[in-house]
Ligand binder design. Structure first.
Ligand code: ADE
Length: 244
């Protein structure tokens, strides 16, 4: 009578370029976690769901304009395929797109807490809007710039989620000290040698005085956040005011 076996956190990826996966997620921290069964990756080739003899997945946009649009019937069949594979444990379906909600650490935590995600990667100009609505697909962007396709965005999203899954970071205790976890950027880090070509490590870090070190780091984190990310700083100040 052992513990019930927990299903791994599962990413289902729909793409025209299955060879891009696991890619960078097959090495280092994420790669080891994949090998150890902490997370699982199912990659579906969208082209396998094309029906015509040319296996076409895209067509010209209604209304004219440049580029091609991915067909709703093919995407619908691919999403159905992913749903059948995932059963009830599929998690939300997300289309990676610059039009989506900006990915942040709060959304990463939310996804990590669920059973997994199904990620739809687009190429060409985009995907037919109707299938996004009919299948209740959420849209997520990794930043205000345009990639040539959703795949690098999917890899980025998965990297951010996988590294915080229980058991992945090993002895690095908890990620609460990191950038964004407390609404602040991180304080600066230093290691040996203490004197590097005359550049010295801040004195307090050599003092062994844990309280002083903690308050120095907090001040540094606050200062760098105020200077570099006034948007984060303002949001944090509002949140602190509400708590008070
Ligand atoms: N696809 C193309 N650009 C993207 C972006 N910035 N975020 C997510 N998916 C994308």
């Amino acid at each position: 009578m052992g513990e019930p076996v927990k299903a791994p956190w599962t990413a289902r990826v729909l793409t025209l370029f299955p060879e891009m996966f696991p890619g960078v997620l097959g090495v280092s921290l994420a790669g080891k976690a994949l090998e150890n069964g902490i997370w699982a990756l199912d990659v579906l080739d969208i082209r396998d769901f094309a029906r015509d003899k040319h296996r076409s997945v895209d067509d010209a946009p209604f209304g004219g304009g440049a580029g091609m649009v991915m067909r709703p019937d093919v995407l619908d069949a691919a999403l159905e395929g992913a749903r059948e594979q995932g059963g009830k444990m599929a998690g939300p379906t997300i289309y990676l797109s610059p039009r989506g909600r900006l990915l942040d650490q709060a959304l990463v935590r939310e996804m990590a807490a669920g059973p997994g995600v199904t990620l739809l990667c687009g190429r060409y100009e985009g995907v037919d809007q109707r299938v996004l609505e009919a299948r209740e697909v959420a849209e997520v962007s990794i930043g205000d710039y345009v990639l040539s396709g959703g795949e690098p965005a999917a890899l980025t999203l998965l990297d951010a989620v996988v590294r915080i899954l229980p058991g992945v970071m090993g002895n690095e205790a908890s990620p609460v000290e990191e950038s964004f976890e407390r609404g602040l950027l991180e304080y600066p880090h230093y290691t040996r040698p203490a004197d590097w070509h005359g550049h010295l490590v801040p004195e307090v870090l050599l003092s062994g005085h844990h309280d002083n070190i903690a308050s120095w780091r907090k001040k540094q984190a606050e200062q760098v956040t105020r200077e570099r990310r006034p948007d984060l700083w303002a949001r944090r100040s509002r949140a602190l005011d509400e708590d008070a």
